[in-house]
Design a protein around this ligand. Sequence first.
Ligand code: UDP
Ligand code: MG
Length: 337
Amino acid sequence: MQSRSSTDTPFISIVIPVFNEDASIDVLIPRLFTLLHRESLHAEVICVDDGSSDETWDRLIAWRSQYPALTLVSLSRNFGKEIAIAAGLDIAEGAAVILMDGDLQHPPEVIAEFLVKWREGFDIAYGVRRNRNQDGLLRRKFTRAFYRLFNSVAETPITPDAGDFRLMDRKVVDAIRRMRERSRFMKGIYAWVGFKSVAVEFDVAPRAHGKSSFSLARLVGLAFDGILSFSTAPLRVAMYTGAGIALAALLLGGFYLARTLILGIDVPGYASIIVSVLALMGFTMLQLGLMGLYLGRIYDEVKARPLYLVREIVGRTAASELNPTPDPALARFKKLV
Ligand code: UDP
Ligand code: MG
């Protein structure tokens, strides 16, 4: 592994998605810049305001006059953390990009440790939470079970505990930027791109203000999302179950035929017929529903809408650079009419 030079000071980007974090901004920004200064880092800080409805944007704008290295992106509405991250990665120009939350749960000081790993030659340094105690027992149990299930069905196993707090080398960022899918299960995306990774442990701080926007119900939704995005195993399971039932029906049919031929017509079995009809209907509906889930995803993806829309950028990048280029097919069509 070739290590990166520690003498030159490469330009790095720090990307922070924020959604209704006005109470945290005033602590986060000065703390972050103090660290950057202390470590003599040549860096830009990109805050992506994911359609906040509070004072987040105004607070960010206020801080910009003091810290010109702050680049501010405001999305046209709330698109969700994963998409806010995608927007941040699109405009980040650093040789390495660090992702962190804006609620102070990810201590900025860990960035220095990420950089040490990056200079050693790792492409990705990801934060692993040393303490999960703040999560309830149910949440922890659920998370464990999900990872086990995901890794048994997905092509690329994910690393449990590796979240969005991480450093990624430019080549990793460019790889992720090429993945324009709408359902963005980030752990799956990180696993899919691969590259040389190393874990860095950190103590996750309690949320500074407000509460997490990821409830247990939303986590269950995310878990579903993750499996559907990265595995077609449920479809295979549905197919095997269907085949199994069909085989059982065939054997049973044969058995009844033989019995009727030998023993004559039996008393009609109303109960068994109703039960099997209902069971088969149930399985069929279940499988149709499952296919519908995948179909819905395909529909979402083929529409190929832009991942996000930008309302405003304050900082070095021109807004036109970020807003997606129009579909070339559409442009040709427009020329015709
Ligand atoms: N976030 C976002 N858009 C959303 C929800 C959250 O940009 O729709 C940001 C949020 O401001 C924070 C980060 O994503 O900086 C993590 O969110 P949160 O703390 O709610 O999640 P948790 O820490 O529980 O995973
Ligand atoms: Mg948080």
